[in-house]
Design a protein around this ligand. Structure first.
Ligand SMILES: *[C@@H]1O[C@H](CO)[C@@H](O)[C@H](O)[C@H]1NC(C)=O
Ligand SMILES: *[C@@H]1O[C@H](CO)[C@@H](O)[C@H](O)[C@H]1NC(C)=O
Ligand SMILES: *[C@@H]1O[C@H](CO)[C@@H](O)[C@H](O)[C@H]1NC(C)=O
Length: 402
């Protein structure tokens, strides 16, 4: 199957009706049949393997010059202290000089249920505490008001298990957790933000982990508590699906990149074994402002980019996005990771490639402090010559933005 057929499915997915009709026709069902090559590749990527922290190349202050692969400028990276655990599909939020890193897969069969905290002033990993037992372990929506961290829905358990609709709040000052009313429906990796006093949740994948959701809900919140008993429907987003960056700057809500479709559980598998499905990665940018009734389409990213929900930081009215996944290789069908930092200037509405990363990596967790752009964790490429995913990592890096 070439690039054309991939685009074709993407077009169908844009309309829910089309997706339903096509699914009923059986055509797309056929197209969705597990690609065994992919499934085994994914198993290899996330298979259990011995911990390798001992041979970690942690050299705290080494500046690294990297070879130019494409025509992007070179960035100088410093390697910092690695996170305590390997982490794929984790979540992260920065409050001041503390960087809270949550959940995620260690391997495809093992997920984390704790929070690690990195101090961006001392550049050290310190505090570690547990998440609530009922909280999802990956594909979370998450946002903070500067003290309270709101955690919505996500996948509960390893492999491709089902989602939970449960939502939680962490008071970062007392380290106490509380609950919020559950979402009307659970979602995988929905776009999540606080905007105009309300917690907004939109898109993501539906309960089967694959079908893009377009729904958008909100609930009024203040100081870690819901002010309403139920979520209110809001204007649906033009394109659904998981793994997008969702950012508020100057009273405007932006939703960037993402994908339609994802791995889903193999029917009848007792361990909900992940099986590869069709997915379409995109670089669309949508914005909600004004009376919040209509989404506006802004210039797309330089290339399609997904798995970026916690891979961004806002600096000087620009959104910086670090790594991700782009369209798969049309010939080998392998997933292609992204190894660049992008900047979206919100004044000019122009994108640019800032420069290269030490390697290509998806689901990076990003912070910005004192002029430094940090990223940690994720799943990296096989090497400079092969952009397909391999090792889940814990390494942490920073580069000076200027
Ligand atoms: C890193 O290097 C800079 C400049 O050489 C130095 O000022 C700084 O203290 C070093 N930081 C660490 C954590 O070693
Ligand atoms: C982070 O570390 C610095 C240096 O050790 C310390 O002064 C600061 O209080 C720490 N931040 C927090 C929020 O604890
Ligand atoms: C942000 O703006 C400040 C003040 O104008 C400037 O010093 C700094 O270099 C800018 N940072 C970036 C990353 O553009």
């Amino acid at each position: 199957m070439g690039k054309t057929s991939v685009v074709g499915v993407g077009a169908k997915l844009r309309g829910v009706k089309y997706a339903v009709v096509a699914t009923c026709s059986g055509l797309v069902v056929a197209a969705l049949l597990t690609n065994f090559l992919w499934a085994s590749a994914y198993r290899t990527l996330l298979s259990k393997r011995p911990q390798s922290s001992s041979k970690s190349v942690y050299e705290s202050n080494k500046s690294i010059q990297l070879p130019l692969e494409e025509n992007s400028p070179l960035l100088q990276w410093q390697e910092m202290a690695p996170a305590p655990v390997d982490r794929l599909d984790g979540a992260a939020l920065q409050i001041g000089d503390l960087f809270y890193v949550f959940a995620g897969y260690q391997t495809i069969d093992q997920v984390h249920s704790h929070v690690d905290v990195y101090n961006l002033s001392s550049n050290q990993w310190g505090d570690r505490f547990d998440m609530p037992q009922d909280m999802a372990h990956s594909h979370l929506g998450m946002v903070s008001d500067g003290r309270y961290i709101y955690v919505v829905t996500g996948q509960y358990g390893p492999q491709c298990r089902g989602p939970t609709a449960k939502n939680f709040v962490l008071d970062t000052q007392t380290k106490k957790w509380s609950e919020l009313p559950p979402l009307p429906k659970p979602r995988y990796a929905p776009a999540t933000q606080l905007w105009r006093g309300r917690l907004h949740v939109m898109g993501g994948s539906k309960e089967d982990r694959w079908e893009p959701g377009l729904e958008h809900w909100s609930i009024a919140v203040s100081t870690g508590k819901a002010l309403e008993t139920a979520w209110k429907p809001e204007v649906p987003i033009p394109r659904g699906g998981p793994h997008r960056a969702c950012v508020v700057v100057e009273d405007r809500l932006y939703v960037i990149g993402g994908q339609e479709g994802d791995f889903k559980a193999k029917p009848g598998s007792p361990i909900f074994k992940c099986s590869r499905q069709r997915e379409v990665v995109f670089g669309d940018v949508y914005m909600l402002g004004g009376d919040a009734k209509e989404w506006k389409t802004l210039p797309s990213m330089p290339k399609p980019d997904s798995h970026i929900e916690f891979a961004w930081a806002v600096v000087n009215q620009s959104i910086f996005i670090v790594g991700g996944t782009t369209e798969k290789n049309p010939v080998t069908k392998r997933m292609v990771l992204v190894g660049e930092v992008f900047e979206f200037n919100l004044k000019t509405l122009k994108w640019r490639i800032v420069g290269k990363m030490p390697y290509r990596v998806k689901t990076t967790l990003v912070a910005f402090w004192n002029g430094w752009l940090y990223f940690t964790s994720g799943q990296r490429d096989k090497g400079p010559a092969d952009p397909s995913p391999k090792k889940v990592v814990r390494r942490t890096w920073r580069t000076k933005l200027s």
